[in-house]
Design a protein around this ligand. Structure first.
Ligand SMILES: C[S@@+](CC[C@H](N)C(=O)[O-])C[C@H]1O[C@@H](n2cnc3c(N)ncnc32)[C@H](O)[C@@H]1O
Length: 347
Protein backbone atom coordinates (compact mmCIF):
# COMPACT_ATOMS: atom_id res chain seq x y z
CA UNK A 1 0.00 0.00 0.00
CA UNK A 2 1.32 3.45 -0.91
CA UNK A 3 0.62 6.34 1.41
CA UNK A 4 0.74 9.94 0.17
CA UNK A 5 0.06 11.54 -3.22
CA UNK A 6 2.54 10.82 -6.02
CA UNK A 7 4.73 13.59 -7.48
CA UNK A 8 3.17 15.47 -10.42
CA UNK A 9 4.50 18.12 -12.81
CA UNK A 10 3.31 21.61 -11.87
CA UNK A 11 2.67 24.88 -13.68
CA UNK A 12 4.56 28.01 -12.63
CA UNK A 13 1.52 29.15 -10.61
CA UNK A 14 1.19 25.76 -8.99
CA UNK A 15 4.87 25.77 -8.09
CA UNK A 16 4.61 29.25 -6.51
CA UNK A 17 1.60 28.08 -4.49
CA UNK A 18 3.44 24.96 -3.30
CA UNK A 19 6.47 27.02 -2.31
CA UNK A 20 4.22 29.39 -0.41
CA UNK A 21 2.59 26.47 1.40
CA UNK A 22 5.99 25.06 2.28
CA UNK A 23 7.12 28.44 3.67
CA UNK A 24 4.01 28.59 5.83
CA UNK A 25 4.41 24.99 7.00
CA UNK A 26 8.01 25.47 8.13
CA UNK A 27 7.54 28.91 9.68
CA UNK A 28 8.09 28.64 13.43
CA UNK A 29 6.74 32.07 14.41
CA UNK A 30 3.14 30.99 15.05
CA UNK A 31 3.92 27.84 17.10
CA UNK A 32 6.35 29.80 19.25
CA UNK A 33 4.04 32.83 19.56
CA UNK A 34 1.17 30.62 20.71
CA UNK A 35 3.38 28.99 23.36
CA UNK A 36 4.62 32.39 24.58
CA UNK A 37 1.06 33.80 24.75
CA UNK A 38 -0.14 30.75 26.68
CA UNK A 39 2.77 30.84 29.12
CA UNK A 40 2.19 34.55 29.80
CA UNK A 41 -1.52 33.84 30.26
CA UNK A 42 -2.48 36.61 27.82
CA UNK A 43 -5.89 35.12 27.05
CA UNK A 44 -6.74 34.85 30.76
CA UNK A 45 -5.77 38.50 31.31
CA UNK A 46 -7.81 39.63 28.31
CA UNK A 47 -10.85 37.72 29.55
CA UNK A 48 -10.42 39.40 32.95
CA UNK A 49 -10.57 42.84 31.33
CA UNK A 50 -6.91 43.76 30.73
CA UNK A 51 -7.42 44.71 27.13
CA UNK A 52 -4.58 47.05 26.20
CA UNK A 53 -0.98 46.22 25.34
CA UNK A 54 0.25 48.27 28.32
CA UNK A 55 -2.12 46.59 30.79
CA UNK A 56 -1.13 43.15 29.51
CA UNK A 57 2.58 43.99 29.64
CA UNK A 58 2.25 45.25 33.20
CA UNK A 59 0.21 42.25 34.37
CA UNK A 60 2.63 39.73 32.86
CA UNK A 61 5.91 41.55 33.56
CA UNK A 62 6.62 41.54 29.80
CA UNK A 63 7.68 44.27 27.34
CA UNK A 64 4.88 46.19 25.57
CA UNK A 65 6.71 45.82 22.24
CA UNK A 66 6.81 42.06 22.69
CA UNK A 67 3.16 41.75 23.68
CA UNK A 68 2.06 43.92 20.75
CA UNK A 69 3.96 41.73 18.29
CA UNK A 70 2.65 38.46 19.76
CA UNK A 71 -0.95 39.60 19.67
CA UNK A 72 -0.55 41.20 16.24
CA UNK A 73 0.49 37.88 14.70
CA UNK A 74 -2.01 35.77 16.63
CA UNK A 75 -4.89 37.89 15.31
CA UNK A 76 -4.27 36.06 11.99
CA UNK A 77 -4.77 32.74 13.78
CA UNK A 78 -8.18 33.75 15.14
CA UNK A 79 -6.87 33.78 18.71
CA UNK A 80 -7.10 37.53 19.46
CA UNK A 81 -8.77 40.58 17.97
CA UNK A 82 -7.48 44.16 17.95
CA UNK A 83 -10.06 46.92 17.42
CA UNK A 84 -9.37 50.25 15.73
CA UNK A 85 -8.84 51.90 19.13
CA UNK A 86 -6.28 49.21 20.07
CA UNK A 87 -8.59 47.35 22.45
CA UNK A 88 -7.71 43.67 22.49
CA UNK A 89 -10.26 40.86 22.65
CA UNK A 90 -10.34 37.11 22.23
CA UNK A 91 -10.77 35.88 18.65
CA UNK A 92 -13.09 33.04 17.61
CA UNK A 93 -10.51 30.42 18.71
CA UNK A 94 -9.23 32.41 21.69
CA UNK A 95 -11.21 30.33 24.21
CA UNK A 96 -8.85 27.42 23.47
CA UNK A 97 -6.00 29.30 25.10
CA UNK A 98 -7.93 29.23 28.38
CA UNK A 99 -8.26 25.44 28.48
CA UNK A 100 -6.28 23.48 31.04
CA UNK A 101 -5.41 20.71 28.57
CA UNK A 102 -3.99 23.29 26.16
CA UNK A 103 -1.82 24.70 28.95
CA UNK A 104 -0.72 21.16 29.84
CA UNK A 105 0.47 20.69 26.26
CA UNK A 106 1.94 24.05 25.36
CA UNK A 107 2.72 26.07 28.48
CA UNK A 108 6.48 26.38 29.01
CA UNK A 109 5.85 25.74 32.72
CA UNK A 110 4.39 22.29 32.05
CA UNK A 111 6.39 19.07 31.78
CA UNK A 112 4.88 18.13 28.42
CA UNK A 113 5.53 21.67 27.18
CA UNK A 114 9.25 21.00 27.63
CA UNK A 115 9.16 18.04 25.21
CA UNK A 116 9.31 20.67 22.47
CA UNK A 117 12.84 21.60 23.49
CA UNK A 118 13.96 18.41 21.75
CA UNK A 119 13.17 19.63 18.24
CA UNK A 120 16.56 21.28 17.65
CA UNK A 121 18.02 17.84 18.46
CA UNK A 122 15.87 15.96 15.93
CA UNK A 123 18.58 15.72 13.29
CA UNK A 124 21.00 14.34 15.89
CA UNK A 125 18.40 11.78 17.01
CA UNK A 126 17.72 10.70 13.43
CA UNK A 127 21.44 10.38 12.68
CA UNK A 128 22.42 8.58 15.87
CA UNK A 129 19.29 7.05 17.45
CA UNK A 130 20.21 8.88 20.66
CA UNK A 131 18.15 11.40 22.65
CA UNK A 132 17.81 14.70 20.77
CA UNK A 133 16.69 16.44 23.95
CA UNK A 134 19.99 15.69 25.63
CA UNK A 135 21.93 16.83 22.57
CA UNK A 136 19.99 20.10 22.43
CA UNK A 137 20.03 20.91 26.17
CA UNK A 138 22.98 19.07 27.66
CA UNK A 139 20.84 17.00 30.04
CA UNK A 140 18.08 14.41 29.80
CA UNK A 141 14.37 15.13 29.71
CA UNK A 142 14.05 13.51 33.16
CA UNK A 143 16.70 15.88 34.56
CA UNK A 144 14.80 18.76 32.98
CA UNK A 145 11.63 17.70 34.84
CA UNK A 146 13.57 17.66 38.11
CA UNK A 147 15.12 21.08 37.43
CA UNK A 148 12.12 23.34 38.03
CA UNK A 149 9.23 23.40 40.44
CA UNK A 150 6.02 22.26 38.78
CA UNK A 151 7.43 20.50 35.71
CA UNK A 152 7.44 17.06 37.27
CA UNK A 153 4.02 17.55 38.80
CA UNK A 154 2.32 18.64 35.57
CA UNK A 155 3.98 15.78 33.67
CA UNK A 156 2.78 13.22 36.21
CA UNK A 157 -0.71 14.73 36.21
CA UNK A 158 -1.06 14.56 32.41
CA UNK A 159 0.05 10.92 32.41
CA UNK A 160 -2.28 10.09 35.27
CA UNK A 161 -5.17 11.63 33.31
CA UNK A 162 -4.33 9.46 30.30
CA UNK A 163 -4.00 6.41 32.58
CA UNK A 164 -7.46 7.07 33.96
CA UNK A 165 -8.69 6.53 30.37
CA UNK A 166 -6.81 3.35 29.38
CA UNK A 167 -5.89 1.65 32.69
CA UNK A 168 -9.43 0.71 33.83
CA UNK A 169 -10.01 -1.00 30.47
CA UNK A 170 -6.63 -2.75 30.68
CA UNK A 171 -7.53 -4.09 34.11
CA UNK A 172 -10.79 -5.52 32.71
CA UNK A 173 -8.71 -7.63 30.32
CA UNK A 174 -6.49 -9.11 33.07
CA UNK A 175 -6.85 -11.35 36.08
CA UNK A 176 -4.28 -10.52 38.75
CA UNK A 177 -6.22 -11.75 41.77
CA UNK A 178 -3.95 -12.46 44.72
CA UNK A 179 -0.78 -11.56 42.82
CA UNK A 180 2.16 -9.42 43.89
CA UNK A 181 2.33 -6.80 41.14
CA UNK A 182 5.47 -4.71 40.68
CA UNK A 183 4.93 -1.61 38.57
CA UNK A 184 8.30 -0.46 37.24
CA UNK A 185 8.38 3.24 36.34
CA UNK A 186 4.83 3.32 37.67
CA UNK A 187 4.44 7.12 37.56
CA UNK A 188 2.11 8.58 40.16
CA UNK A 189 0.37 5.25 40.74
CA UNK A 190 -2.68 5.48 38.47
CA UNK A 191 -2.27 2.01 36.91
CA UNK A 192 -1.33 0.32 40.19
CA UNK A 193 -4.29 2.02 41.88
CA UNK A 194 -6.61 0.50 39.27
CA UNK A 195 -5.03 -2.94 39.65
CA UNK A 196 -5.18 -2.99 43.46
CA UNK A 197 -8.75 -1.67 43.51
CA UNK A 198 -9.94 -4.24 40.95
CA UNK A 199 -8.30 -7.33 42.48
CA UNK A 200 -8.76 -8.04 46.16
CA UNK A 201 -5.80 -9.67 47.86
CA UNK A 202 -3.37 -8.13 45.38
CA UNK A 203 -0.20 -6.51 46.71
CA UNK A 204 1.72 -3.85 44.84
CA UNK A 205 5.22 -2.43 44.70
CA UNK A 206 5.86 0.76 42.78
CA UNK A 207 9.35 1.49 41.47
CA UNK A 208 9.94 5.15 40.67
CA UNK A 209 12.28 8.12 40.99
CA UNK A 210 11.82 9.80 44.38
CA UNK A 211 9.65 12.84 43.50
CA UNK A 212 7.16 10.85 41.48
CA UNK A 213 7.23 7.98 44.01
CA UNK A 214 6.17 10.47 46.71
CA UNK A 215 3.24 11.53 44.55
CA UNK A 216 2.31 7.87 43.99
CA UNK A 217 2.40 7.23 47.72
CA UNK A 218 0.04 10.15 48.37
CA UNK A 219 -2.29 8.92 45.61
CA UNK A 220 -2.42 5.27 46.69
CA UNK A 221 -2.70 6.13 50.38
CA UNK A 222 -5.54 8.49 49.48
CA UNK A 223 -7.33 5.55 47.83
CA UNK A 224 -6.94 3.52 51.02
CA UNK A 225 -4.44 1.17 49.34
CA UNK A 226 -1.35 2.23 51.30
CA UNK A 227 -1.23 -0.92 53.43
CA UNK A 228 -1.07 -3.12 50.31
CA UNK A 229 1.63 -1.11 48.62
CA UNK A 230 5.41 -0.78 48.98
CA UNK A 231 7.56 1.85 47.29
CA UNK A 232 11.02 1.38 45.85
CA UNK A 233 12.46 4.87 45.35
CA UNK A 234 15.18 3.98 42.89
CA UNK A 235 16.21 3.89 39.27
CA UNK A 236 15.01 1.02 37.12
CA UNK A 237 18.57 0.71 35.85
CA UNK A 238 19.47 -0.67 39.28
CA UNK A 239 18.64 -4.09 40.74
CA UNK A 240 14.84 -4.33 41.08
CA UNK A 241 12.74 -5.81 43.89
CA UNK A 242 12.44 -9.57 43.48
CA UNK A 243 9.54 -11.88 44.25
CA UNK A 244 6.84 -10.29 42.12
CA UNK A 245 4.36 -12.53 40.29
CA UNK A 246 3.79 -9.90 37.59
CA UNK A 247 6.01 -6.99 36.55
CA UNK A 248 4.34 -4.08 34.75
CA UNK A 249 6.17 -1.67 32.46
CA UNK A 250 3.68 0.90 31.22
CA UNK A 251 4.87 3.46 28.66
CA UNK A 252 8.41 3.14 29.88
CA UNK A 253 10.24 1.27 27.12
CA UNK A 254 9.14 3.73 24.44
CA UNK A 255 11.15 6.41 26.28
CA UNK A 256 14.45 4.62 25.75
CA UNK A 257 16.64 3.61 22.80
CA UNK A 258 17.22 -0.15 22.36
CA UNK A 259 20.37 -0.29 24.49
CA UNK A 260 18.69 1.19 27.58
CA UNK A 261 15.32 -0.46 26.92
CA UNK A 262 17.07 -3.86 26.85
CA UNK A 263 18.90 -2.97 30.08
CA UNK A 264 15.59 -2.10 31.83
CA UNK A 265 13.99 -5.30 30.55
CA UNK A 266 17.08 -7.22 31.68
CA UNK A 267 16.63 -5.86 35.21
CA UNK A 268 12.97 -6.85 35.11
CA UNK A 269 13.78 -10.33 33.78
CA UNK A 270 16.39 -10.86 36.50
CA UNK A 271 13.97 -9.80 39.23
CA UNK A 272 11.06 -11.81 37.78
CA UNK A 273 13.11 -15.02 37.61
CA UNK A 274 12.00 -18.11 35.77
CA UNK A 275 8.37 -17.97 36.90
CA UNK A 276 7.57 -14.27 36.58
CA UNK A 277 5.31 -12.65 34.03
CA UNK A 278 6.11 -9.30 32.47
CA UNK A 279 3.33 -7.13 31.06
CA UNK A 280 4.45 -4.25 28.87
CA UNK A 281 1.81 -1.63 28.06
CA UNK A 282 2.62 0.39 24.97
CA UNK A 283 1.14 1.58 21.72
CA UNK A 284 2.18 -0.21 18.55
CA UNK A 285 2.45 1.65 15.24
CA UNK A 286 -0.98 1.81 13.58
CA UNK A 287 -1.44 0.13 10.19
CA UNK A 288 -3.03 3.31 8.89
CA UNK A 289 -1.57 6.05 11.07
CA UNK A 290 -3.06 9.50 11.41
CA UNK A 291 -0.92 12.60 11.12
CA UNK A 292 -0.94 13.05 14.90
CA UNK A 293 0.28 9.45 15.48
CA UNK A 294 3.25 10.04 13.20
CA UNK A 295 3.93 13.51 14.62
CA UNK A 296 3.89 12.25 18.20
CA UNK A 297 6.13 9.29 17.37
CA UNK A 298 8.63 11.63 15.69
CA UNK A 299 8.52 13.94 18.72
CA UNK A 300 9.30 10.97 20.98
CA UNK A 301 12.21 10.11 18.69
CA UNK A 302 13.48 13.69 18.91
CA UNK A 303 13.23 13.64 22.71
CA UNK A 304 14.44 10.14 23.50
CA UNK A 305 15.93 8.63 20.31
CA UNK A 306 13.11 6.15 20.70
CA UNK A 307 9.37 5.75 20.17
CA UNK A 308 6.72 3.18 19.38
CA UNK A 309 8.07 -0.25 18.39
CA UNK A 310 6.55 -2.95 16.19
CA UNK A 311 5.71 -6.46 17.42
CA UNK A 312 8.94 -7.78 15.89
CA UNK A 313 10.98 -5.05 17.58
CA UNK A 314 9.46 -5.95 20.97
CA UNK A 315 10.18 -9.62 20.31
CA UNK A 316 13.83 -8.77 19.51
CA UNK A 317 14.12 -6.52 22.58
CA UNK A 318 12.62 -9.25 24.79
CA UNK A 319 15.09 -11.80 23.40
CA UNK A 320 18.02 -9.51 24.33
CA UNK A 321 16.76 -9.63 27.92
CA UNK A 322 16.25 -13.42 27.95
CA UNK A 323 12.48 -13.11 27.56
CA UNK A 324 10.02 -14.45 25.00
CA UNK A 325 7.05 -12.57 23.58
CA UNK A 326 3.97 -14.67 24.42
CA UNK A 327 1.05 -12.57 23.24
CA UNK A 328 -0.15 -9.10 22.35
CA UNK A 329 -3.66 -7.93 23.22
CA UNK A 330 -5.07 -4.69 21.85
CA UNK A 331 -6.60 -2.54 24.58
CA UNK A 332 -8.46 0.75 24.67
CA UNK A 333 -7.03 3.91 23.06
CA UNK A 334 -4.46 2.12 20.89
CA UNK A 335 -2.67 0.69 23.92
CA UNK A 336 -1.54 -2.95 23.88
CA UNK A 337 -0.67 -5.45 26.59
CA UNK A 338 2.48 -7.26 25.48
CA UNK A 339 3.06 -10.34 27.61
CA UNK A 340 6.62 -11.61 28.06
CA UNK A 341 7.92 -14.69 29.89
CA UNK A 342 11.32 -16.08 30.68
CA UNK A 343 12.64 -17.57 27.42
CA UNK A 344 14.01 -20.71 29.07
CA UNK A 345 10.77 -21.41 30.93
CA UNK A 346 9.27 -24.76 29.94
CA UNK A 347 5.51 -25.12 29.33
C1 LIG B 1 6.07 7.96 30.36
S1 LIG B 1 6.15 7.81 32.10
C2 LIG B 1 5.06 6.44 32.39
C3 LIG B 1 4.51 6.43 33.79
C4 LIG B 1 3.46 5.36 34.08
N1 LIG B 1 4.00 4.02 33.95
C5 LIG B 1 2.27 5.55 33.17
O1 LIG B 1 2.02 4.69 32.31
O2 LIG B 1 1.58 6.57 33.29
C6 LIG B 1 7.74 7.16 32.39
C7 LIG B 1 8.09 7.11 33.87
O3 LIG B 1 9.43 6.63 34.00
C8 LIG B 1 9.96 7.26 35.15
N2 LIG B 1 11.43 7.18 35.07
C9 LIG B 1 12.26 7.82 34.22
N3 LIG B 1 13.52 7.47 34.45
C10 LIG B 1 13.50 6.56 35.45
C11 LIG B 1 14.49 5.79 36.13
N4 LIG B 1 15.77 5.88 35.77
N5 LIG B 1 14.10 4.96 37.10
C12 LIG B 1 12.78 4.84 37.47
N6 LIG B 1 11.78 5.54 36.86
C13 LIG B 1 12.14 6.38 35.87
C14 LIG B 1 9.45 8.67 35.09
O4 LIG B 1 9.50 9.31 36.35
C15 LIG B 1 8.04 8.46 34.57
O5 LIG B 1 7.09 8.39 35.62
Amino acid sequence: MTRGAPATTTTEDGHARQLDELRRTVDLSVPYAIRAAITLGLAEHVSEGRTTVDALAEATGARPGGVRRLIGLLVFEGLFTVAGDGIIGLGPKGHLLLEERVHAMLDRRSGHGRLDDAWPGLLHAVRTGRAGFEHAKGHSFWDELASEEGLNETFDRTLAEWSSVWAPKAVEALDLTGEHVIDVGGGSGALLGNVLSAFPGTRGTLVELPTTAARAEAHLTGLGLGDRTAFARQSFFEKLPEGGDVYLLAQVLHDWPDEEAAAILGRVAAAAGSGGRVLVFERLPEDEPHHHDLAFDLKMYAVFGSGERTRDEYAALAARAGLRLESITRLHGGMHAIELRAADRSG
